[in-house]
Design a protein around this ligand. Sequence first.
Ligand code: PLP
Length: 387
Amino acid sequence: MSDSPIPYARQSLDGADTDAVLGVLRGEWLTQGPAVPAFERAMAGRCRAAHAVAVNSATSALHIACLALDVGPGDQVWTSANTFVASANCAALCGAAVDFVDIDPDTWNLSVAGLAEKLAAARRRRDLTPRVVIPVHFGGQSCDMEGIAELGRDYGFRVLEDASHAVGGRYRDLPIGCCRFSDITVFSFHAVKIITTGEGGMALTNDDELGERLRQLRSHGIVQDPMGGPLRRGDPWAYEQVELGFNYRMTDIQAALGSSQVRRLDAVISRRNALADRYGAAFAHLTARSQHVPDEALSARHLYPLRVAPTERRRVFDGLSARGIKANVHYQPVYLQPYYRQFGFRPGHCPEAEAYYAGALSLPMYAGLTDEEQSRVIAAVRDLLAP
Ligand SMILES: *Cc1c(COP(=O)(O)O)cnc(C)c1O
């Protein structure tokens, strides 16, 4: 089957995963049963965070995280230009103004130097500085969180980590999700991500109040968490809606899959890193560049982005496609989307992110990619980029 198409990402499921899902389907609870709190405990324990709140997507997690951090009209929220639109939309959904920070030319993550400059310029002009900054761990590699947290203390902003790519990754020997340098961290369990619940997401925090807000906003703004939180009034049937919330709950079906998947997370991360190391070695002699991973980080390797000459990108993309290799491109700078252009953003706002995007190409990267399939990808890339 050496000619079957190779996607850029794919879920990896095994018999234990299907058994876990079937167990829920044959049991008492499809939703609001014990599987969601069990998944939350597993993730909180792994990440060494006090609270883990499972929701139906990372997009929902980002939205309620912004609300929990009191983002609203009149506020600024800044994020990386090189990300998926959801990292910015969460703030726009709260009525805040979004702005974008340029990326580091080597890690392709939000540039801390760029953030520092932008903050200083805003302060000089007496402009509003952000209420929240949302660093994105691009491709699974942590941003320089200590640098961002330091700026947060200087300028009084909160930090929301979009770790949609980074579950299972580490930063300075700390698990991503521990929130040592942030207020809240968000994971995605979409099918293309590191581990999956089909659709799904999670918000983690060490702050008890934020944890309670997140739980409340997930479920209509009701304080008696239907997942078994304490009643505030005497009547056993009573519940109180104290703010405007959503139904962003994860089902037990999804959570059972998540708990089963997370048991293999370490193996998944090492397989992804082995694949990344092999790509890196195979392309070392080419002019194409791979993402720089500083020693202090263990990337979760959600993506394997390769940066080729902008004039070559389309030819390489099409050439791979003709060979049955379905590459992808991550990301068009978010502010160039028509929705964001209406706020006045124009090409040139984040030159590094635009230059990176012009040559970006994400190669197949997932735990189930076989050595033989990877050899096909490597041979195709070398062939297409041969001098
Ligand atoms: C996938 C992704 C999201 C959204 O995740 P969903 O679970 O699909 O809502 C947000 N941010 C980034 C960086 C992503 O890659």
